[in-house]
Every structure is written in structure tokens, then in C-alpha cells.
Design a protein around this ligand. Structure first.
Ligand code: SF4
Length: 287
């Protein structure tokens, strides 16, 4: 069985930066160190940081004075302001997410109704919406936009992990309904590159394994891409989830991973596949 790894699988620039900042804070900061929400959408990394003393909290802790790390997804300006008044804030918001927040603010200032293409309730979307002004709406698809009243001046921005096709469909709908449409393509390049590499690999193999947190939007999107290619696909978080029966009659298996998946888990998946392949070969020899 051949094992093929997608190009650019695993940590992106923003995640690497945030993880380094969190481990540095664990080592150097005195007192409690918190992250507001899990630092990235990968339970194994969050657990590792927890063992170094970095606690993930869902809301701003009631007692101030501690160190608070803002994760890659960022937070709305009001939350950042409050945090800065009460904590030693380490801002690990990805610079590309920061750019999307700034673009949203600019559109609102220029009088556009902001349409944000993204997953409702996703923390990055919440953080961008905090800067998007009155009347801003979040849509997951062009279809959804059909039921929404729009102004004549529409400003479109997009969650960094969305697909270009989805953005293009929403923009087309806005063009049909608005007089002036201004678009900021805030899709992150590393997302596009990873999605393309995944699509390409899915076409070449018999089975795809997508590795990453089940709560990770970009990992889930990679799974969708593989399924759209008509490929048998499993989304796993850890190597132990791989079932021997998945590999029956499989000659080529492809592995891809989300932007928040650490290298040690990807390597673990490769090792597990090799181990299963070895035991399959031994069983065949003995039969
Ligand atoms: S996927 Fe892009 S936007 Fe998101 S954290 Fe990584 S580099 Fe930043």
C-alpha cells in the first residue's frame, strides 16, 4: 500500500505563531495563563498546553491580573478592550484575521452593508462581525442571501477558511441585487493551497484520511472536498481511530491535515498505516 501525504498538510503560519506564543507564555509568564477559548481547534494540542499550565476558558475570568492569550480567531473589539483593561493580553490573532477585521471596519465606515460569508457561530466570524457595523449579516451560502433584505451598497468579506467558489456565488447574488458592490477577498492563501493540494491528492488515491480536530472548520472543509471528489474519506483526530477494514483492497491511501493539526499527529497516522500494512502482509503470508 502506498501512503501519500498532501502538500502543505498541517500547521499554517498563523497557528504556528499562536502555538509558539502560548508555549513561550507558559514558560515565561508569572501567575495564571489563560487562553480565551481553545488556542486552536485541536483537542490534543489544547491538552498538551494544559499540561504546561495554560488553561482554556470560555469567558473572561472574573479575577483580573493574569495573562490572557487571544487565539488565532481573534475577538470582537469590545472584548479586546475589556481584556486589555484587566489582563496582560498576548494577542495571537492571526494577522490575516486582523486584516479581515480591518476590512470589515472600513466597509462599515464607508457606509456599506457588510455581508460576511462564513460559518455562523464560528469564533472567527464572531470576531469579524464585531467590526462590521449595523445591519451586517453572516451567510453560509448564496442561497441563504436570497431571504435577506439588502441595501444598495453592499460590502462583502469572507471567513479566511471559506472556498473561493462559495465567495464567488455570494458576490454574484450581491451583484444582481446591489448598485455598488465592494469585495475584499479575505480567504487565506494557505487555506486555498491546502484545499487544492487535498483535491489533487484525492483524485489519485483509493482512500483519503483527513486528520484534525472535529471542531476545526478548515479540517471539516477538507473532508467535504474529498467527499465531493467521490472518494471514500474518514475524518480522524488521532491514529488510533484508523480501522483495519478501511484499508481492505486499498492500494493508495492519501493523508491530508487541517491547519491546526500538529506534525506529531500526522507522523503518528503514517506510522499507524505502516504498522497495519505490516500486520496485513504477515497475515497474508501465514494464511
Ligand atoms: S489558516 Fe490562514 S488565516 Fe487561519 S490561522 Fe492559518 S494563516 Fe491565519
Amino acid at each position: 500500500m502506498e501512503i501519500l501525504l498532501a502538500a502543505n498538510a498541517g500547521f499554517c503560519f498563523g497557528v504556528k505563531r499562536a502555538i509558539n506564543m502560548a508555549f513561550e507564555a507558559a514558560e515565561n509568564c508569572e501567575g495564571e495563563v489563560y487562553t480565551l477559548g481553545p488556542i486552536i481547534h485541536n483537542p490534543q494540542v489544547v491538552e498538551k498546553l494544559g499540561s504546561e499550565g495554560v488553561k482554556s476558558v470560555n469567558d473572561l475570568p472574573s479575577e483580573g491580573g493574569a495573562t490572557l492569550i487571544v487565539r488565532t480567531h481573534g475577538v470582537p473589539p469590545a472584548v479586546m478592550e475589556e481584556a486589555q483593561q484587566r489582563f496582560n493580553v498576548i494577542d495571537a490573532t492571526c494577522p490575516f484575521v486582523k486584516k479581515a477585521q480591518e476590512d470589515a471596519h472600513q466597509l462599515a465606515e464607508e457606509g456599506y452593508q457588510v455581508v460576511l460569508v462564513g460559518d455562523k457561530g464560528h469564533p472567527e466570524v464572531t470576531s469579524i462581525m464585531g467590526s462590521a457595523g449595523k445591519g451586517a449579516v453572516v451567510v453560509e451560502s448564496a442561497e441563504e442571501l436570497k431571504d435577506i433584505r439588502l441595501k444598495k451598497r453592499i460590502g462583502v468579506i469572507v471567513q479566511t477558511t471559506q472556498s473561493f467558489e462559495n465567495l464567488a456565488a455570494v458576490v454574484t447574488e450581491c451583484l444582481a441585487r446591489g448598485k455598488v458592490v465592494k469585495v475584499f477577498n479575505t480567504i487565506c492563501n494557505s487555506t486555498t493551497v491546502r484545499q487544492e493540494a487535498t483535491r489533487e491528492l484525492a483524485r489519485k488515491v483509493d482512500l483519503m484520511l483527513v486528520v484534525g480536530g472535529r471542531n476545526s472548520a478548515n479540517t471539516t472543509r477538507l473532508t467535504t472536498i474529498c467527499l465531493d471528489e467521490g472518494k471514500t474519506t474518514y475524518h480522524i483526530e488521532v491514529p488510533e481511530e484508523i480501522r483495519e477494514e478501511w484499508l481492505e483492497k486499498v492500494e493508495k491511501v492519501g493523508i491530508t491535515a487541517g491547519a491546526s493539526t500538529p506534525e506529531w499527529i500526522i507522523n503518528g497516522v503514517v506510522e499507524k498505516l505502516k504498522e497495519l500494512e505490516k500486520s496485513r502482509a504477515t497475515a497474508l503470508k501465514n494464511s
